[in-house]
Design a protein around this ligand. Structure first.
Ligand SMILES: Nc1ncnc2c1ncn2[C@@H]1O[C@H](COP(=O)(O)OP(=O)(O)OP(=O)(O)O)[C@@H](O)[C@H]1O
Ligand SMILES: [Mg+2]
Length: 370
C-alpha cells in the first residue's frame, strides 16, 4: 500500500533564524517537509492547522519558552501524541532536561546537533508516523467493510425470513391441493371399486381377492396422502395449538421409527400466535428428523416449558452425540435454518452434546407482548 506518497511534516521551532535555516536544510527531503516557527506562539498556531510527524523544539526562547510550549502542545487534542524533541544548550543542566521530559518530550538533543544523529532520530519518528497513517487507513477501510458486512447480514436475514414465510405459504397451498384433489380422487376410486366388487359374480374368488388387495392399496395411499398433507400443513397446530401438535408429532415419530419419545409439558399453555407456534413446531420436526437420520438413539425427551417471558423447547436424545464440527459448519443447513427461525423471533438456539452423551437441541423465544 502506498499511502505514504504524501510527505511527512516536521515542525522546527527556534527563535534563531540561522538555526532554523540550517535545520531545514538538514531535514528537508523527498519524503519530509519542514515547517518553520520562530516562537512558541507560532508553533501553537502551526499544530492547530496540521499534523506533524515530530516537533523539534528549542528549549530557550523569548516569550513562552520551549517547556511551556511543549505543555500547551500536549493540551491540544490534535497534537496530544505528537513526539517532541528538545534542542538544548550544550551545557544544559540535568534539571532542565528532566523539565523537558515532564513537559512531554520524548527525547532531547544538545546544540549544535550532530547531523547524522539528528537525521536518523527524525527518520525513526517519520517512519512511525507513516506506519501510523497506514494503520489509520486500514482501520477506516475495515470499518467500511464491517459496515458492508452488517448490511449484507441484515439483508440475508430479511431474505431468510421472506423465504421461510413463502415456503410455509407454498406448503399450505400444496397441502390443500394434495388433500382435496388427490384425497377426493382416491376416495372416489375406492367407492367405484366397492361398487364393482359388490356386483361381481360370487364364483370369481380370485378376482374378489384382487379387489380386496386393490382396496387395501387405495387405503394405504389415502393414509400416505393424509400424512404428507399434514406434514406440510399441520392442521392440528392451527386448530388445537402447539402442545397438541407436539403430542401428535411425537406419536407419529414413535410409530415411524420405533424410538421411544416422551413429552413433558406444562398443563396450561400460553396462547401462541401462528408465527411462533409454526417456528417451534418446525424446529421440533427438524430435530426429530435429525435424530431419526443421524443419532442412532433409543430414547428422545421433548420438553416444552415457560420460563419467565420465554417459551423453551428442548429435544434431548440418547444417541451418538453431535460432532462439534457439524455444530459450527456453514453447511449444516438444517441447524442453520433452526437457528435462523429462532433468531427471527428474537430468540436463541443452541445444539450441544458430546460423544455418546446424546444431543440436546434447545430453543428459546420470547413470548412477546403484542
Ligand atoms: N441428533 C443428532 N445426533 C447426532 N448427530 C446429529 C444430530 N443432529 C444433527 N447431527 C449432525 O449434524 C449434521 C448437520 O445437521 P443438519 O440438520 O444441519 O444437516 P443434515 O441433517 O445432514 O441435512 P439436512 O439439510 O437435510 O437437514 C448432520 O449431518 C449430523 O452429522
Ligand atoms: Mg437435518
Amino acid at each position: 500500500m502506498n499511502s505514504t506518497s504524501s510527505k511527512a511534516h516536521i515542525l522546527v521551532v527556534d527563535d534563531d533564524a540561522k538555526n532554523r535555516i540550517a535545520l531545514k536544510a538538514l531535514l528537508e527531503g523527498a519524503n519530509q517537509d519542514v515547517v518553520l516557527a520562530d516562537s512558541g506562539e507560532e508553533a501553537l498556531r502551526c499544530v492547530l492547522k496540521q499534523d506533524f510527524a515530530v516537533i523539534l523544539l528549542d528549549a530557550r526562547m523569548p516569550g513562552i519558552d520551549g517547556f511551556e510550549t511543549a505543555r500547551l502542545i500536549r493540551e491540544r487534542e490534535r497534537s496530544r501524541h505528537t513526539p517532541i524533541i528538545f534542542l538544548t544548550g550544550a551545557f544544559e543542566d540535568v534539571r532542565s532536561i528532566f523539565r523537558g521530559y515532564e513537559a512531554g518530550a520524548v527525547d532531547y538533543i544538545a546544540k549544535p546537533p550532530v547531523p547524522e544523529v539528528l537525521q536518523s532520530k527524525i527518520a525513526v519518528f517519520v517512519q512511525l508516523f507513516d506506519k501510523n497513517a497506514i494503520l489509520i487507513q486500514e482501520i477506516a477501510e475495515r470499518k467500511v467493510i464491517e459496515e458492508q458486512l452488517r448490511t449484507s447480514a441484515a439483508s440475508l436475514r430479511a431474505l431468510t425470513a421472506r423465504l421461510q414465510s413463502v415456503r410455509e405459504e407454498e406448503w399450505t397451498r400444496i397441502s390443500r391441493e394434495i388433500h382435496d384433489e388427490l384425497g377426493q380422487a382416491l376416495t372416489g376410486l375406492k367407492m367405484d371399486l366397492s361398487w364393482v366388487a359388490a356386483r361381481l359374480p360370487t364364483d370369481l374368488a380370485t378376482l374378489a381377492l384382487k379387489f380386496d388387495s386393490m382396496s387395501a392399496t387405495i387405503d394405504k395411499t389415502i393414509q400416505s396422502v393424509r400424512k404428507i398433507a399434514s406434514w406440510l400443513r399441520p392442521e392440528i397446530l392451527e386448530q388445537m395449538g402447539l402442545a397438541a401438535a407436539i403430542d401428535w408429532q411425537a406419536k407419529e415419530f414413535r410409530k415411524r421409527t420405533g424410538i421411544r419419545c416422551s413429552i413433558s409439558m406444562p398443563p396450561e399453555q400460553a396462547l401462541l400466535d401462528r408465527e411462533r407456534s409454526i417456528a417451534m413446531f418446525r424446529i421440533l420436526q427438524e430435530s426429530l428428523t435429525n435424530i431419526a437420520r443421524h443419532a442412532q438413539a433409543t430414547r428422545v425427551e421433548v420438553t416444552l416449558r415457560n420460563k419467565a417471558n420465554l417459551l423453551e423447547l428442548i429435544v434431548q436424545d440418547n444417541g451418538t452425540g453431535i460432532d462439534e464440527s457439524a455444530v459450527s459448519s456453514p453447511t449444516s443447513l438444517g441447524l442453520l435454518g433452526m437457528a435462523e427461525r429462532a433468531r427471527l423471533l428474537g430468540g436463541t438456539f443452541d445444539v450441544g452434546g458430546g460423544r455418546n452423551r446424546g444431543t440436546k437441541v434447545r430453543v428459546s423465544i420470547p413470548l412477546g407482548m403484542d
